[in-house]
Write a protein that binds this ligand. Structure first.
Ligand SMILES: Nc1nc2c(ncn2[C@@H]2O[C@H](COP(=O)(O)OP(=O)(O)OP(=O)(O)O)[C@@H](O)[C@H]2O)c(=O)[nH]1
Ligand SMILES: [Mg+2]
Length: 357
């Protein structure tokens, strides 16, 4: 049906969990949907980058393993501490760097450990992970050390604070913890004359889709020509009579862009479940098909319609092996799909030209 089998997806430049690749140094790494490589701390960083920082054991590597390697949350319980920076490559040239935990609060020692130039550039973002069930005070002290160094280099650096491991907490407690952290961060930034315009808070846990959703919001602004992309999706949405449209990186379930209309929280979770079901179905079907060529895969992979409820449907249009448009609209709209299909063909062509893969 499509190109998701280990064999055919790898031959198209796409990898699934379980594929084994060999890098230039001959080191092999078992990977998920994107290529994972290890890098020494002194090597040059990519222009479009996300830096993952936080105290040891806050959950940085677990988040990235779940998103990029499709690891099950229970598989990362005994994950080892990160000794050396690890990089994950995304389809649009964005790279995500997983730093070793910062266990020394002293600012001068910390600055020596991390070259401040890592924070520079207008396509860099920082994710700071706070363990909501751990040492919040210690974590915030370190966060302020990081902020001081980072903002001295790049005052407009987006700083995303992941209030992490919120699983197992009541809704009330989650809200209290978030409010407490937000107040402490913003108040202290005010005292220290730090710029809080680009500080964002997200509640996350590896036990649901919240980490992928938060990461989607982090990377959206780093996608090349993100504003043009959003305008394109806005006009596509209006002209086709859709309620909502997402551009998904299917391998990681991160959306790289969406139209600017409000989103219902369940919609993202449903889209992720749909991608999982699609991939599972494809693997089953491919194991039954003998003699299918990649052209056959492409033909049958192009379009899928799934029901969200009796009134709403999602039309999935595959742009290439990595990217897909998720078009959400009324069931009525999908009875006459020709206009939507025509518009999808046009927009897919524009996106293929805009985004390097
Ligand atoms: N309950 C819960 N535990 C989590 C979550 N995310 C990570 N953990 C656990 O937290 C522990 C530490 O996770 P790591 O991913 O190694 O943390 P880290 O920040 O990369 O640690 P360093 O590499 O030492 O800096 C592991 O046992 C994970 O299973 C979460 O959302 N909820
Ligand atoms: Mg780690």
């Amino acid at each position: 049906m499509n190109g998701y089998s280990n064999q055919s997806s790898a031959s198209m430049g796409m990898y699934r969990q379980g594929d084994v690749i060999e890098n230039e140094t001959g080191m092999t790494t078992e990977i998920g949907s994107t290529v994972l490589a290890h890098q020494r701390g002194s090597e040059k960083l990519a222009e479009r980058r996300v830096l993952f920082m936080g105290l040891p054991r806050s959950g940085k590597s677990s988040i990235l393993s779940v998103v990029f390697e499709n690891a099950h949350p229970y598989q990362v319980i005994s994950i080892l501490p990160t000794q050396e920076r690890v990089v994950y490559h995304m389809v649009t040239g964005i790279e995500i760097y997983d730093f070793p935990g910062i266990d020394d609060y002293a600012e001068n020692q910390f600055s020596n450990a991390v070259d401040p130039s890592v924070y520079s550039g207008d396509t860099t973002a920082l994710v700071y992970v706070v363990d909501s069930q751990g040492d919040i005070q210690g974590s915030l002290v370190t966060l302020f050390s990081v902020m001081r160094v980072a903002q001295a280099v790049n005052e407009q650096l987006p700083i995303h604070i992941f209030i992490h491991k919120v699983d197992g907490l009541s809704e009330e407690l989650k809200q209290d913890i978030q409010q407490d952290i937000q107040q402490r961060v913003l108040k202290n930034m005010g005292y220290e004359n730090l710029n809080s315009t680009f500080v964002y808070f997200h509640r996350t846990t590896i036990f649901d889709e919240s980490v992928r959703e938060a990461l989607s919001r982090v990377v959206q602004r780093l996608v090349p020509r993100y504003q043009n992309l959003e305008n394109l999706l806005n006009s596509f949405c209006t002209k086709s009579g859709l309620d909502k449209v997402f551009l998904f990186d299917v391998g990681t379930k991160i959306y790289l862009s969406m139209d600017s209309s409000p989103t219902e929280p369940q919609l993202y979770t449903f889209s992720c479940q749909t991608i999982d079901a699609m991939v599972d179905m494809t693997l089953v079907l491919l194991s039954d098909i003998t003699g299918a060529t990649e052209d056959d895969d492409d033909m049958t992979m192009q379009r899928t319609v799934v029901g969200l409820d009796s009134n709403t449907k999602i039309f999935i249009y595959h742009i290439n092996s990595y990217l897909a448009l998720f078009c959400v609209g009324s069931a009525q709209l999908f009875r006459q799909k020709s206009l939507l299909e025509f518009n999808c063909t046009k927009i897919a062509k524009a996106i293929r030209q805009m985004l390097p893969t």
